[in-house]
Write a protein that binds this ligand. Structure first.
Ligand code: DGL
Length: 275
């Protein structure tokens, strides 16, 4: 395990930048490496096997770049690959390294937000069909009913810069209406895809006023801070120069340009091919 490391943040593309930005604002002192597998995005429509393989390759890449701790800032990867990587792969790669996801920390806070005990979930087809949130929330709060709605048009709208357009309203309303038609007692909705905070204003407009909308960034950031305070063996290896490097498996200029939609900053990025 490298003595000096960065925190690795992985996503299938740009969505994890919404998580990175919250993590960096809470803990600006650490060094981070962001990796977006833009060449193979989207993951949301792919099979378990493919998402697992792509995610494992990406995690190995971040390990080889000096990360001891990797956050899967992608719900689809967390749903379909995290458990196998933690249980089967990490013991062989390096038992001291850690990979964490975004589902468990989100599930943990839901019990204190919902009053009706009816929770809705927007996610990719992969995340919804995996039932990962239903299973995690049921373990912690068996009295909560979770209803999922896949939103396959939302990621393409965001990736193509259409999140603020009038055309996006049609698909935002469509999935909001579909979710509430399944269970009108829902009082809390989780945005269980890292892209969706970019549609927050429209989602707010088309869900009933009394419904809480939960974005994951602040939750994952707080959970990571807590994790690092409890795991000093990892925390003590993380460099604290406040640097963040961005890597993509696609074109670096395109990544840097599109990333500015997700971050308030202009950044530079570098293209990498996996070893
Ligand atoms: N960022 C992914 C997630 O949170 C969605 C994008 C994709 O389909 O690759 O689920």
């Amino acid at each position: 395990m490298p003595s000096m490391s960065s925190i690795g943040i992985f996503d299938s593309g740009y969505g994890g930048l919404t998580i990175l930005s919250e993590i960096r604002s809470l803990m600006p002192e650490y060094n981070y490496i962001y990796l977006g597998d833009n060449a193979r995005t989207p993951y949301g429509t792919r099979s378990f096997d493919v998402v697992y393989r792509f995610t494992l390759e990406s995690v190995r890449q971040l390990f080889s770049m000096g990360c001891n701790l990797v956050i899967l800032a992608c719900n689809t990867a967390s749903a379909k690959a995290l458990r196998t990587i933690q249980q089967n792969d990490l013991p062989n790669i390096d038992p001291k390294k850690r990979v964490l996801g975004v589902i468990r920390p989100t599930a943990e806070v839901i019990g204190s937000i919902t009053k009706s005990r009816h929770v809705g979930l927007f996610g990719t087809e992969g995340t919804i069909s995996s039932l990962s949130y239903n299973i995690e929330i049921d373990k912690l709060y068996p009295d909560i009913k979770v209803t999922g709605q896949a939103c396959p048009m939302w990621v393409p709208l965001i990736e193509n810069g259409e999140a603020q357009s009038e055309g996006a309203d049609f698909f935002v309303k469509k999935y909001c209406d579909a979710l509430m038609a399944k269970d009108s007692a829902i009082d809390t909705v989780i945005l269980a895809c890292t892209h969706y905070p970019l549609l927050y204003d429209k989602i707010r407009r088309y869900l009933p006023e009394n419904v809480n909308i939960v974005s994951q960034g602040p939750i994952v950031a707080a959970s990571l801070k807590d994790y690092l305070s409890r795991h000093t063996e990892i925390e003590s290896t993380i460099m604290k120069n406040g640097e963040c490097k961005f890597y993509t498996t696609e074109q670096q200029e395109k990544f840097a340009k599109n990333a500015s939609v997700f971050l308030s900053d202009q950044i530079t990025a570098e293209t990498i091919s996996y070893k």
